[in-house]
Design a protein around this ligand. Structure first.
Ligand code: GUN
Ligand code: ZN
Length: 429
């Protein structure tokens, strides 16, 4: 099997940085290299050592760029690329006026196929190598999404939105149909190549109790699948949810009642949680997925990372395209930083870059495969250029350490800072 060496500076996180000076939380090789074979990382360290061990390897010189694990986006809507930048007062108006209209187009397989190409191009351009996506209610949209993911050999999670009320008839399935179609998609796609299935009841407002019950049955029958949904994003959404489910004491209790909580359950937004709900999240090892650009764009609220960390809740951060406004995890963390500022908290750049790589990988229980550059992990890698624009290059002249470089990348960076992207060892950008 042929070996390839990527030569440049290498940064890989080992654990969550406790502060901006926490050098124990990462490995950094100023004169570094990664050796790749058969889609996996087989060596990492100082260039001279890696070269000695792999003397026949082809060398690709990326100096002086920064090599990191590819970025992970754990909540994005594949079917909302043409919804981004829709003018609405709040979540429910945005859903009804634009999103539920747009998603109807995905009944046609050809539309999904066209969007899937654009979607994966966009992810790669922005340095995102793994994502968990909501497809539409139509199985066709899932087919288009996974077919394209498989073509590009990407580790992608996704699933058919289960929705049997609270939206236009053209977007409704029914409880049994949503169970049957999701089950068929799991059987066809889960575990094919690098693909993983997420059982996807959209949110409580668009599901009857019967549908949530069957989503719970499906999850129990398929414990290696994920569960993704939305939770406590917007105050009006929470009020409507409680009207629809008056027998439950709060929003999360609904999902708990139907067996939807757990280590592989991803709850998008999770902004306005009570102490009881946070404790339920913590007890069940469920994951809160914050979506800062979306929350600011729709005026939904400010996710408080420090409070969630204090409560012991597992947290991740995502784009939420098309409520979100950027495909870039760099821009997403730029906004996440500002949201924490408004909460009176500081988010140091080491922790930001930890979260967009290893942190999000842990949230998806995938840290053995992605999110870091340890030997044996998948060779999903981004090559970052902190001088990608004239403004960045000028600012970079007065930078004196790694954390300053990361903060610059986060604050001024976007797709232009992503010079190359490797998917399982293959250059894709
Ligand atoms: N809640 C239910 N569906 C959606 C969606 O598509 N986007 C966002 N941001 N919230 C939701
Ligand atoms: Zn969402």
């Amino acid at each position: 099997m042929s070996v390839k060496i990527l030569r440049s500076r290498v940064l890989s996180f080992i654990s969550e940085p406790q502060n901006i000076d926490d050098e124990q939380s990462y490995k950094y090789f100023e004169h570094g290299a990664l050796a790749i074979s058969d889609g996996k990382i087989i060596d990492v360290g100082d260039f001279e050592n890696v070269k000695k061990q792999n003397s026949k390897a082809q060398i690709i010189d990326h100096r002086p760029r920064l090599l990191m694990a590819g970025f992970i986006d754990p909540h994005i809507h594949f079917v909302q690329m043409q919804v981004v930048a829709s003018y609405a007062a709040n979540l429910l108006e945005w859903l009804n006026k634009y999103t539920f209209v747009e998603e109807q187009k995905f009944a046609a397989l050809e539309h999904g196929e066209m969007i899937a190409k654009a979607f994966f191009d966009e992810l790669i351009n922005h340095g995102t190598t793994t994502a968990s996506a909501f497809c539409s209610v139509h199985s066709n949209s899932v087919e288009a999404y996974f077919t394209e993911a498989e073509k590009r050999n990407m580790l992608m999670i996704g699933g058919k939105a289960m929705m049997d009320r609270g939206c236009p008839k053209a977007l409704q399935d029914n409880a049994q149909q949503s169970y049957d179609e999701s089950k068929a998609l799991i059987e066809k796609w889960h575990g094919v190549g690098r693909i993983k299935y997420a059982i996807t009841p959209r949110f409580a407002i668009t599901s009857t109790p019967e549908q949530l019950e069957l989503a719970g049955v499906l999850l129990k029958e398929n414990e290696t699948c994920y569960l993704q949904t939305h939770l406590s994003e917007n105050k009006d959404e929470i009020a409507l949810t409680q009207q629809l489910y008056p027998m439950h004491k709060d929003y999360l209790s609904i999902y708990q009642h139907y067996g939807l909580l757990g280590k592989k359950s991803l709850f998008g937004h999770s902004i306005h949680l009570s102490d009881d709900e946070k404790s339920m999240m913590e007890q069940s090892n469920s994951v809160a997925v914050s979506c800062p650009t979306s929350n600011l764009f729709l005026g939904s609220g400010l996710f408080d990372l420090e409070q969630m960390n204090k409560a012991g809740v597992r947290c991740a951060v995502a784009t939420d395209i098309g409520g979100g406004t950027s495909y870039s995890m760099l821009k997403t963390f730029d906004e996440f930083y500002k949201v924490q500022q408004l909460n009176g908290n500081r988010l140091n750049p080491l922790k930001s870059f930890y979260m967009m790589t290893l942190g999000n990988a842990k949230a998806l229980s995938l840290e053995k495969n992605i999110g870091n550059l340890e030997v044996g992990t998948d060779a999903d890698i981004v090559v970052l250029n902190s001088k990608a624009t004239s403004a960045m290059a000028l600012r970079a002249k007065v930078i004196s350490c790694l954390s300053e470089e990361l903060f610059l990348l986060q604050t001024l960076g976007d797709d232009r800072a992503i010079e190359q992207v490797y998917i399982a060892g293959v250059a894709m950008k």
